[in-house]
Write a protein that binds this ligand. Structure first.
Ligand code: PGA
Length: 235
C-alpha cells in the first residue's frame, strides 16, 4: 500500500503534527515510539509540549546518534532534550538511545537492535535527508540492514554542522532499515521547498537503496505529513 499523504499549510504544520501525536499516545498507553531529531520535527515537538502533551505512558527510542562526545550540542540526545523533552511536564516512561561512547560500538548496536526487536516499534517518526536518508541510513543502505555504525554522507555532515558548534561528526550509529520498516506505523515528516525534490523521488521514484526513503512505498502503514512547499512537486 502506498503512503497516505497529508498536506498541511506551513503555519499549521507543527500544531497539526503535535496534536496528532498527542492523540495517538493518549489513545494507546504503552506505545513504543521512535523519534528523530533535526530541524524538521521541532515545531511539532514544541506544539505537543505547548498543548500539554505527555510521554509518561510512552517508551521512547531515539532513531540515531552521531559519534560525538557526550554533551555535544549536535548530538541527537542533546537535541531531543533541548527541542522536546525539556519542554514537557511529563517526560517519557523510558528513554532508550544508542551510546556512541560505548567501549564496543558493535556490541552497542547489537544491544539496541535486540532491545527493539523484542516488541518492535508501534510508531516511528522520520525526517528525510536531502539525499533521501532515513535515520542515518544513507544511500546504499539495504532494506534488511541492521543497527550499525555508519560513515556519514557529506550532505549529512554539512547538515549536522548546523545543529551545533564545533567539528561536525563523520560517523553515526543508526537503527537499521529493517527495524524502521518493521515499525507498525510510520510518519514521515517533511517541510520546506528544499525537500520537494527528494520527497517526490522518495514517493514516485524507483524503490531502492539509492533513495532509502523510497522503501516507505512498500510499507503498509506510512503517513507523509508534509507542508505545501515540500509537497510542491507531488502534483
Ligand atoms: P532536517 O534533517 O530535519 O534537519 O532537515 C532531516 C534528516 O536528515 O533526517
Amino acid at each position: 500500500m502506498s503512503p497516505t499523504i497529508e498536506i498541511i499549510p506551513a503555519g499549521q504544520w507543527g500544531e497539526a503534527v503535535g496534536g496528532r501525536l498527542a492523540r495517538f499516545l493518549a489513545e494507546r498507553p504503552g506505545t513504543r515510539l521512535c523519534l528523530p531529531t533535526g530541524s524538521t520535527p521541532g515545531p511539532a515537538y514544541a506544539a505537543f509540549a505547548a498543548g500539554g502533551g505527555r510521554l509518561d505512558r510512552t517508551e521512547v527510542f531515539l532513531l540515531d546518534e552521531f559519534v560525538l562526545p557526550a554533551g555535544h550540542p549536535a548530538r541527537c540526545d542533546e537535541m531531543i532534550r533541548r527541542d522536546f523533552l525539556d519542554l514537557l511536564d511529563h517526560g517519557p516512561a523510558a528513554l532508550h538511545q544508542l551510546d556512541p561512547g560505548a567501549e564496543s560500538l558493535t556490541d552497542e548496536c547489537a544491544r539496541y537492535e535486540a532491545l527493539i526487536a523484542g516488541s518492535g516499534l508501534d510508531l516511528t517518526l522520520l525526517g528525510i535527508g536531502g539525499n533521501g536518508h532515513i535515520g542515518l541510513n544513507e544511500p546504499g543502505s539495504a532494506p534488511d540492514g541492521i543497527t550499525r555504525i555508519v560513515g556519514l554522507a557529506s550532505s549529512t555532515v554539512e547538515a549536522a554542522a548546523r545543529y551545533g558548534e564545533g567539528a561536525p561528526p563523520q560517523m553515526g550509529l543508526t537503527l537499521g532499515l529493517a527495524a524502521v520498516l518493521a515499525s507498525r506505523e510510520i510518519w514521515l515528516l517533511v517541510t520546506g521547498e528544499h525537500k520537494a525534490g527528494i520527497l517526490y523521488e522518495a514517493l514516485h521514484g524507483p524503490v531502492g537503496s539509492d533513495v532509502p526513503a523510497s522503501f516507505l512505498q512498500e510499507h503498509p502503514n506510512t503517513i507523509v505529513l508534509t507542508d505545501e512547499a515540500a509537497a510542491g512537486l507531488l502534483g
